[in-house]
Design a binder for this molecule. Structure first.
Ligand code: SAH
Length: 356
């Protein structure tokens, strides 16, 4: 059931907007930082628990805002410690987010849209199209929910914007969220611990670079040429790899951050040695790193990851050709952690997708 809450989210306000809100009520500027410390540092569950905030100010905050708008509709825990939440928003939209544990790293994966319009043929998030953009507050709320799953002595150390949706198609909401993750009074994570993954929208990549904050940028390439990429990533028909590579170089020039290229390996589609060699020709000499991702299977999609030997050969070919590359470790395989899958399961509508 959708929750009846209707107030705006407190997390939709930037630090300076919250400061102005406090000033309008005759409150000192430091109150805004105090409130944000309760949210990000002390993990309160309600505005009323912010004990050193004057009760009149707490009441005013509660009159105007909600701290949380979502309800947890599903919570899965993997054998490897990965946890996944399906959150339901007041309008009935559902959103997935994931917490991954690895030695001293605690990485969260956040969604930026309800569904996705990009239509990549192997991805569960796009199967039902896009319903709407998430707000800044709704992006950040996922962090709050996941942060509160950790024991008190543990902190989120890394954020990847790789959940449902195309982050750069929702840049107006994303940038303030990234700034809050990065700010000292927010989550205080260094820019290099924050990664934005995009299907590759060149103009939006340039806009992100304009922040001049060196966030990691990962581009989902998945193919070494436009003919194949347009079959795997349909929006490529209107973009083209050359324009993406050019925007990536500009991103590097402006931020000093080398772009990562994600390449989901699909058996018999993009995993041949000849394709690895073509990828070498495309990326050699660029400031690039390739992240090979064996596809996570999706129940309704008739595509699969190649076996370990093919993956190994593809990796070796890239390395031998002088291109930096690694294979991404799988996390949460037993809980369908690939984005969009839990939501798909809950909607329980069978969909068939074929390679064009
Ligand atoms: N729209 C953005 C971010 C969301 S997808 C993008 O395209 O990058 C985040 C990453 O997960 C992308 O690299 C995407 O290609 C990958 N991905 C999606 N479905 C997957 C699946 N079934 N198996 C493996 N990786 C997947």
């Amino acid at each position: 059931m959708a929750s009846p809450r209707t107030k705006p989210l407190l997390l939709n306000l930037t630090r300076s907007e919250l400061t102005s809100w406090c000033a309008d009520r005759g409150q000192a500027a430091y109150r805004a930082d105090q409130i944000r410390r309760w949210i990000f540092g002390k993990r309160v569950s309600s505005i009323d628990d912010m004990h050193d905030v004057p009760s009149s100010l707490r009441r005013a905050l509660m009159d105007d805002f909600d701290l949380f708008s979502s309800d947890v509709q599903a919570h899965q825990v993997s054998k490897d410690g990965t946890e996944k939440l399906l959150l339901i928003l007041p309008d009935g939209s559902d959103v997935e987010c994931v917490l991954m544990r690895e030695e001293d790293r605690r990485t969260v994966c956040l969604s930026t849209q309800v569904g996705c319009a990009m239509g990549c043929i192997f991805c569960a998030s796009g199967l039902l199209g896009v319903k709407r953009n998430l707000t800044t507050g709704e992006i950040l709320e996922q962090i709050l929910r996941l942060d509160r799953l950790l024991p008190i002595e543990e902190r989120i150390t890394n954020v990847v914007i790789m959940g449902m949706g195309e982050p750069l198609a929702n840049l107006n909401a994303l940038i303030p969220a990234l700034l809050t993750l990065n700010e000292k009074g927010g989550l205080g994570l260094g820019a290099r611990r924050i990664t934005v993954s995009t299907v590759g929208l060149p103009d939006k990549m340039r806009e992100l670079a304009k922040t001049e904050i060196p966030f990691n940028l990962a581009v989902s390439l998945h193919a070494p040429n436009d003919e194949l990429r347009s079959r795997i990533v349909p929006v490529n028909r209107n973009i083209g790899i050359a324009a993406i590579l050019e925007a990536a170089e500009e991103y590097f020039d402006k931020t000093g951050r080398r772009v990562t290229y994600e390449y989901v390996l699909l058996a018999d589609v993009n995993d041949e040695i000849a394709q690895a060699k073509e990828l070498v020709r495309l990326l050699k000499g660029r400031n690039a790193h390739v992240n090979l991702i064996p596809m996570n299977s999706v129940s309704t999609i008739a595509l699969e990851a190649p076996g370990a030997p093919s993956t190994g050969r593809f990796l070796e070919t890239l390395l031998a050709g002088g291109v930096n590359a690694t294979v991404r470790k799988r996390k949460g395989a037993d809980i369908d952690a690939a984005c969009g899958q839990l939501r798909l399961q809950q909607q329980a509508r069978p969909v068939n997708v074929e390679l064009a």
